[in-house]
Each structure stands twice: as C-alpha cells, then as structure tokens.
Design a protein around this ligand. Structure first.
Ligand code: MLT
Length: 334
C-alpha cells in the first residue's frame, strides 16, 4: 500500500494532463482486453457516449480493444499508476490485486445474471469496491455482465470432468480458477488473456473457458469446436479508473463519471439478457460449434470444485463472508 501511495504522489495522470491541456477538453483512453463486439465494448461504448453527452462534448473517451494497451492484468497496474485512464477487465484478472473480490470467482457461487447483479450492487458490492480501492488504488465505476463461463475445446464433447483427461486447458492467472481445474483432475496452463487466441490457434492449449458473448466476440469458433454448457464462474467485468486519476477530476466530473458508470452498468445487464441466447444459437448454426450439456446436471463438476472453497476462506475475508454472500443470494449456507 505504501508503494502505491508513493506512486500516486509522483504519477501525473493521463486524465489530469488531458484536462489541463485544453481547459475543459480532455480525451481519455480506455483499455479493453476483449475484441470489439463483446460486453466490455458495449459497456465502454455506452460509458463513453454518456460521458461525452453529460460533459457537453468536453470529455471524449477512446476505446482500445483487443488488449492493444496491454494484458488485462497489466492495465490494472497501469490504471493504478495513472498510466491509462480507464480499463475494463474480467473480475478474475482483478482478483490478484484485491483478493477479497475472489468471492465472486469461487466456483458455483454465482448461478446467473441476477446473482451477479445482487453481489455487485448493494452492500456486498459496496464493500468489494472499498476493498479494491484500499488494496490496489483502483476505483470500480461500473460493471459489464458477460454471462457464465463455458468450457470450449478443440478435441471432443466434454460432459464430465473425466472427458478432459489429456487436454491442456488455458486458465487466467487466478489461483481459484487454477485450483478449480485441478479439482477436476486437469493441470491447467495459466496464460494472459492477450495470449489466449494464439495459444489455442497453435495448439499450445486445447481449450479455455469464457462466456458465449466473449467466445463470439473473440472468434474462438475459428479455433474451437466444442462447448460445454457449464456455469462454474459467472463473468463480471469491472470498469476501473485509478484513484489518482479520479481524484484529479473536478467534483463535477467525479459525479459525472460515477453516474455514467451506473447507467452503463444497468445497460450491460439488459444487453446480456437481450443477446446471450441468440449468440449461443449462432455459435451452433453459423459457426458450427457443438454444445454439450454437463452430465448429471453438472453434479460431479459442482461437488469437486466446491471442495476447494475452504482453501480460499482466508483470502476472501473468512468463511463468514461466503456465508453472507450465500445468504444474500437466498441460499442455505450450511
Ligand atoms: C480471461 O479469461 O482472462 C478473461 O475472462 C477474458 C475477458 O476479459 O473476457
């Protein structure tokens, strides 16, 4: 934390420079790990047009998709140091910087969009935002909701964990997700998101997991044939700004970005509900992917992966935190 504070002291943020240079005018850069067309882009585009509109055209936001400004984890670092104004990253790529948000990537805790909304908005969401600010100097302005992460591979239909035998699966550099795959008997390959398409294309890895909308936006159907309709983690993608950058804004502009973030979040939820089914269908009908249902209602996957929960109680803030989360979702935590 002290290293972060000193970096804040010396950081001249891109956003503050932009504001100073042209009186009220500024152009901010937003990094996106995904390609244009996915939920990150939709959130970013909506936020950008709201900010432009609310500032009367003074503030523009340029989007840089496809990891052009670095891997998602690099852009978290860069945002906290004021080297990039804004970034949208998957929650799993924020967890290494702010461990308590790991509760959102514990396998089989979040079952769908309503659970995701309940945990990112309200008391738990407020607390996770405060923790992230404290741990990494990152302010969460909004959320993209991207859907359940579905397992894809290039080899064969996968219904049970045993079907993964002999496959190399790419996972994000996230301890909880690595451990989930280990519980299924797989030794996963942790790779940055920006390296994933090429690794799939070159056969360095056989599979990966991400939501339908992301599979489509990233054109993974060009290098993957099979999808398992599983839901071990729900992908949520915070829109982040470094706290140094946020504090460099006028009070009026701070309120403006907070309001734009909230509105863009609400749009993202509606966008997911409106598009996920048709995108899933097009992956089969237009792009030739096959979709396999997990065997036995996913019970084997669930039992194995939930056995890792206790390994992460310390990092998420104790078992009580998970109990609170489950109660918030209306589930029996016993
Ligand atoms: C990842 O798999 O690293 C991320 O979930 C990708 C993304 O941001 O869509």
């Amino acid at each position: 934390a002290s290293a972060f504070k000193s970096s804040l002291a010396i950081a001249v943020t891109a956003a503050s420079l932009g504001m100073a240079a042209g009186a009220n005018a500024a152009t901010w850069k937003m990094a996106l790990g995904d390609a244009a067309g996915g939920t990150q882009y939709e959130l970013g585009k909506t936020f950008a047009s709201l900010v432009e509109e609310k500032s009367g055209g003074d503030i523009k936001v340029d989007l840089f998709p496809n990891g052009q400004l670095g891997s998602e984890q690099d852009t978290v670092n860069n945002a906290s140091m004021g080297l990039v104004d804004l970034s949208v990253v998957a929650i799993n790529n924020l967890t290494p910087f702010s461990p308590t948000v790991g509760v959102l990537t514990l396998p089989y805790v979040i079952h769908g969009p309503d659970d995701a909304k309940a945990l990112t908005q309200g008391k738990i969401g407020d607390e996770l935002r405060e923790n992230t600010l404290r741990d990494s100097g990152i302010r969460i302005l909004g959320w993209a909701y991207s859907g359940c992460r579905r397992l894809t591979n290039s080899k064969q239909a996968v219904a049970s964990p045993e079907d993964l035998e002999g496959m190399v699966i790419r996972v994000p550099k996230n301890e909880i997700m690595i451990s989930s795959y280990q519980s299924w008997g797989v030794n996963p390959n942790p790779l940055a998101w920006s390296e994933t398409f090429t690794a799939l294309q070159q056969g360095v890895v056989d599979g990966q997991d991400n939501p339908y909308i992301t599979i489509d936006a990233m054109k993974f159907y060009e290098v993957q044939n099979h999808v398992t309709d599983s839901c071990y983690v729900f992908s949520m993608e915070p829109l982040i700004m470094g706290e140094g950058t946020f504090q460099s804004l006028s009070e009026e502009n701070q309120q403006l970005v907070l309001a734009a973030g909230e509105e863009a979040t609400s749009h993202s939820y509606d966008y997911l509900l409106a598009t996920e089914d048709s995108i899933k269908k097009s992956l089969v009908e237009e792009h030739g992917m096959t979709i396999t249902q997990p065997a036995n209602d996913e019970q084997e996957w669930i039992a194995k992966a939930s056995s890792i929960w206790p390994d992460f109680y310390d990092s998420i803030g104790g078992r009580d935190k998970l109990v609170e989360v489950l109660e918030t979702l209306g589930r029996d935590p016993s």
